[in-house]
Design a binder for this molecule. Structure first.
Ligand code: VGL
Ligand code: ZN
Length: 236
């Protein structure tokens, strides 16, 4: 039988452990010099009023601005398509946005025209406040190849140079945030794993498109690849 003193001491320890673990859980991850935040495609086309607006996409901006303060290294990406890009439904007779076609490199979802080079829609959100961002990677600029990933184009072989850049800067861990969870964020996170980076996706700093089950599939693929799913409150 436990006596009263033991019970009280036990409760005290449990409460203390609870407090400590809450504290630890609240900000368990401290970005260091070997960490980089990748801010994916926070561009007008994907925000309210844009041609491929992601539902609640604008809500990622304050979250990204907040977590970016913890990072010395920030890289941003810009989807940067030619006019008449192969991923646009408008260039395929009889095809509508969100239908798919088979291209030489595999299945391609067709999109409304978006993020055309040099247009206001392709500009980064003016509400991003990350002055220390050190590199902007543009992608999807080859007319006949899409590039959801910030690392490798959809042909699976042409690289953007991002992995080599991050390795040259001695980055070991990447944190991915932005738009859209199930396309450019997920493909970037999967390629980051392939390139050997410890990889985190900050769920509440992302929003998804979710077409034909793409969001659930993206999270499943990322889990399988060892991508860690975290919340912005885990970083600090
Ligand atoms: C994206 C669809 C087409 C994205 C880019 O940023 O997730 N999605 N192009
Ligand atoms: Zn695109």
């Amino acid at each position: 039988m436990l006596d009263r003193r033991q019970v009280v001491a036990g409760l005290g320890a449990a409460v203390l452990a609870g407090l400590l673990s809450d504290e630890l859980l609240a900000a368990a991850i401290k970005p260091d010099d070997a960490s980089a935040l990748l801010v994916i495609d926070v561009q007008n086309c994907f925000l309210p009023g844009g041609s491929l607006a992601v539902k609640d996409g604008e809500q990622v901006v304050p979250v990204i601005n907040r977590i970016a303060k913890s990072f010395a290294n920030v890289v941003m990406t810009q989807d940067w398509h030619t006019p008449g890009h192969v991923s646009f439904a408008s260039v395929h007779a009889g095809k509508k946005p969100f239908e798919t076609i088979d291209l030489a490199y595999g299945k391609q979802v067709l999109w409304p025209d978006h993020c055309v080079q040099g247009t206001e829609g392709a500009a980064l959100s003016k509400d991003l406040a990350i002055p220390q961002a050190e590199l902007i990677i543009r992608k999807g600029f080859h007319n006949n190849v899409d590039s959801y990933s910030a690392f490798t184009e959809a042909d699976g072989k042409t690289t953007t140079g991002l992995a080599a850049y991050l390795k040259a800067r001695k980055v070991k861990r990447v944190f991915v945030a932005g738009l859209a969870t199930d396309f450019c964020v997920a493909w970037t996170a999967l390629d980051a794993r392939k390139a050997g980076f410890e990889t985190y996706v900050v769920e509440d700093a992302c929003r998804g498109i979710d077409t034909q089950g793409s969001l659930a599939k993206a999270w499943a693929d990322m889990a399988k690849a060892g991508v860690k799913r975290i919340q912005s409150s885990d970083i600090g």
